[in-house]
Design a protein around this ligand. Sequence first.
Ligand code: GDP
Length: 694
Amino acid sequence: MMMLTKKMIEIRSLLQTVGQSDTLTLPSIVVIGSQSSGKSSVLEAIVGHEFLPKGSNMVTRRPIELTLVNTPEAHAEYGEFPALGLGKITDFSQIQRTLTDLNLAVPAAECVTDDPIQLRIYSPNVPDLSLIDLPGYIQVTGRDQPAELKEKIAELCERYIKPPNVILAISAADVDLANSTALRASRKVDPRGERTIGVITKMDLVDPERGASLLNDKKYALRLGYVGVVCRVPQAIGTGKLFNRGNGNIANAIAKNENAYFSSHPVEFGPESETDVGTKNLRKKLMHVLEQTMAASLKTTSEAIQRELAEATYEFKVQYNDRPLSAESYLAESLDAFKHSFKGFTEHFGRAEVRELLKHELDQQVLNLLAQRYWNRPFEDLSQPLHEPNPLSELPKADPENTIWQVKLDSSSASLTKLGIGRLATSVVASALQAHIDRLISTSRFAAHPFARQTITEASTSILRDLSYDISDELEICIKPYKYRIEVDDNEWAKGRENVANVLKEELKVCEAAAKNLETQVGGRKKIKDVMGFIDRVRSGQVVLEGNGQGGAGGFSSALLHKGREAVFLRDRVDVLKMRLLAVKSKQCANRKNKYHCPEIFLDAVADKLTTTADLFLDAELLSKFYYVFPRELDARLGRGLSQTEVERFAREDPKIRRHLDVVRRKDLLEHVLKEMEALRQLEAREKRYSSRS
Ligand code: GDP
């Protein structure tokens, strides 16, 4: 018959994973007793280990759903907290600490809660049993405990001792049974004593005659009877230490002690009444009663499961159109969709796009060089205090006869080639790729999954970082020849002339727009003109400022002055740009022989050459490699690389998916449990036939 209980307990655990529900469960044995009645000692004697929290300050604050699993083939004894994922715990004092921590985690104000702790113990020495240990009843509320604690514990116990659960009511022999809180509570819900087992502990503390009479109590007669036990762990003589502390099994020591007591009083506890006493008999009784009770509940539980299943099936059909879903399939689909969109991106981001990016970057560098080395009329310098006179001077004129101008062009072009194009170009393209990946993520399903987002971003950054490291050095080597000598032919000159004219025009537009913007900010053309006029007068020394003008000057606030100086800067820049545009378009600049007149055209042609080398190289080295490695890295990190729990966690991040998964899971689980129940009923029928034959 033992197989049956094991199976039923398995089903009970399965049902627990479906969710807490009163009807959707199989009965268990609920252990109640007042504090110090010896409740923990009884449970520990059954398990054979000390594992329950000890201490004066009421340590059981949550019910403990204790599942004992007999493992006849195994040697090892261990416990598991399925909800915590701590794995197998072979050290029972570790289990004890964990239980204490879990109990102490309940806020003091709450004191008790009905959220159960699940603990499974596997051992060749335990019977298959399902027990629920509840907080002990208290008589008087301690000073640091809330006044309603007594009622709270009583209510919690009452909730658990409902039928069809079996009640294990613990009372100590040295306390009058009429005063036993456990028996009183039990009598309230089981007045005819049909599903209560009475346990009388501390039999050694009363004289044997009285002890024996307790077991035959007639005031509250129990169909399942009373069992007397002596469960105290014997002390090691002399040392004062508890016997066999540590990880050894204490069951034998208790049994020996218990046997010694009962057999030394054969008259009272003679062999004929041996089923009434001893932990061993208690275990047997518990197994038998639990099996009977569970078997009797199979039908109603199975009906309840069928009802739940019908509901889940209906929901699945109506809400989700019977669409199957698992965390794995969801992840696989999402990953495929993402890789597909990435593929689409790679088809539109190639050498031409890289070229455009790089050219734009180098155009900016050319503009900067020109501003620094050529057309650098001392502009309004916003970093200097306003009171420094900064007289307007003429823009330097191109003077190609002067060797200074020749040196200038050579050094400018060298600055460009020695800029560190390798690193610059690689990082520009790598950040563009990263930005595109970010955009792809935010328009994908992964957008709602912080974990996946991070994983994908990390994958692309790490690949790009690794590739960039080598590529920037290699690219630098490719452009090395340009560092020594650059020839520009007619074609290249013409192209450069056209391009740089566009760049200057663009820059002009940007400056004009910024100036316009400033004008609106300060509140109109007249106002900005006034401030600019004032600043010009300061710069030319017509007006001398007291102090540095920080608190405002000339009737203008300091903020307004600041804006005015920005406007002056922009105006000067616009002047320069216009002048250079004219120069570039001039006849003189049409001929590459006049390169010293038109440095911008020459520099543009240089930038163009650099770009051509870089885009070719980056297309081959960075893009193709990234396009090849990235999808594979995604597979590794999000596909194969994830554990079942991680996949599950990922899918459940999206609330819509979580609900869908829950329904599917519930349905599958219920179907599975129902199948198991069916097998169980067949097993039960078989065993019945077998036992009636024998
Ligand atoms: P709980 O508060 O109901 O869990 O009670 P415990 O199991 O912690 O026991 C309370 C006290 O009674 C402890 O000091 C135990 O050692 C002691 N005790 C438990 N069972 C027996 C027993 O059968 N005989 C004797 N003499 N003492 C016992």
